[in-house]
Write a protein that binds this ligand. Structure first.
Ligand SMILES: [Cu+2]
Length: 305
């Protein structure tokens, strides 16, 4: 009897230690900034949308965890409370086809899905609301395998600066310093930006992970993205849609700088814009299609590619 009691006490002590340990882990890690952001990149202030996007993500996880704990708890309770006892015979009482229960099991998940949808829709509508008076429009062209950035910036004195940067594909040959050779997208801090997203050839996707927003560039279509960068610094950008052999080299850097430096950078760039006339898509660039046809008919010298 004594031995049995000791074993029981030891088991209970082990359970208590486990529970205390788990709680401590949750409480302690709960304080770290990473956990509060749900391991999202950037900070709550990186753009004007980061805070609400982070909250949607973290709160969805909290809701999912609560549902998970209830479901796991119910499952474990059933396993323990209704386990097969020593002298049990035959099957336990069968309770299939319980209409009220099954109605509940249908209605509760539907309510959960609609709740999640409601919060998501609210944030999405807010984040995607067009900003009509953005002083800066950046027309982004994705192309195999780099980026063209066209800037049209209305300064405070009403003067409009137009400039562009035509990117060249990154050469990821393993040598150091390749990052510095990537195309750079300059953005002024605290100025609302309207991105017009286009493609010169196939489907690409414009993604700056720390901005928490990503949008496809579809040939023959213009997509839009509105945001205001709020923190100075360097960020990584990349293509997020498999677009061919060198998709992984379709990278760019983002520099969020103050307004004065931004204007200076624009002045250092090529003036004007590089528009649809450089696109390979024959549907919205008939001239481009002609050039392609000529290219195909011209025999090429060996060795080049
Ligand atoms: Cu791409």
């Amino acid at each position: 009897m004594r031995a049995q009691n000791d074993a029981g006490r030891r088991t209970r002590r082990r359970w208590t230690a486990g529970a205390v340990g788990t709680t401590a882990l949750l409480v302690l890690t709960g304080c770290s900034a990473e956990v509060q952001r749900g391991w999202y990149p950037g900070t709550r202030e990186t753009t004007n949308h980061n805070a609400q996007l982070t909250d949607l993500w973290v709160n969805s996880w909290i809701a999912a965890l609560v549902v998970g704990l209830l479901a796991w708890g119910a499952m474990i309770w059933c396993m323990v409370a209704y386990r097969r006892r020593k002298n049990d015979q035959g099957f336990p009482k069968q309770t299939a086809y319980n209409v009220p229960l099954e109605t509940m099991f249908t209605i509760i998940p539907i309510l959960m899905v609609f709740t999640l949808w409601g919060f998501t829709d609210r944030v999405q509508t807010e984040v995607d609301r067009p900003v009509d008076d953005s002083p800066l429009t950046v027309t982004v062209y994705g192309k195999q395998w780099s980026w063209d950035f066209n800037y049209s910036y209305e300064q405070e004195n009403g003067e409009v600066v137009e400039a562009h940067y035509s990117g060249i594909q990154a050469q990821l040959d393993g040598s150091e310093g390749v990052r510095d050779t990537l195309p750079v997208l300059y953005l002024p801090k605290d100025v609302p930006v309207h991105f017009e997203l286009k493609s010169r050839d196939v489907a690409h996707s414009f993604w700056i992970p720390q901005f928490l927003q990503k949008r496809d560039l579809i040939p023959g279509k213009t997509n839009h993205l509105y945001l205001t960068p709020q923190e100075l610094g360097s960020y990584d950008g990349k293509c997020a849609e498999l677009c061919g052999e060198f998709h992984s080299e379709m990278l760019f850097n983002v520099e969020v700088v103050d307004e004065a430096e931004f204007v200076q950078r624009l002045e250092e760039m090529e003036p004007g814009q590089v528009g649809d006339e450089y696109s390979r898509n024959p549907n919205n660039n008939p001239d481009g299609a002609g050039t392609m046809e000529r290219d195909l008919q011209t025999p090429r010298g060996g060795g080049s590619h």
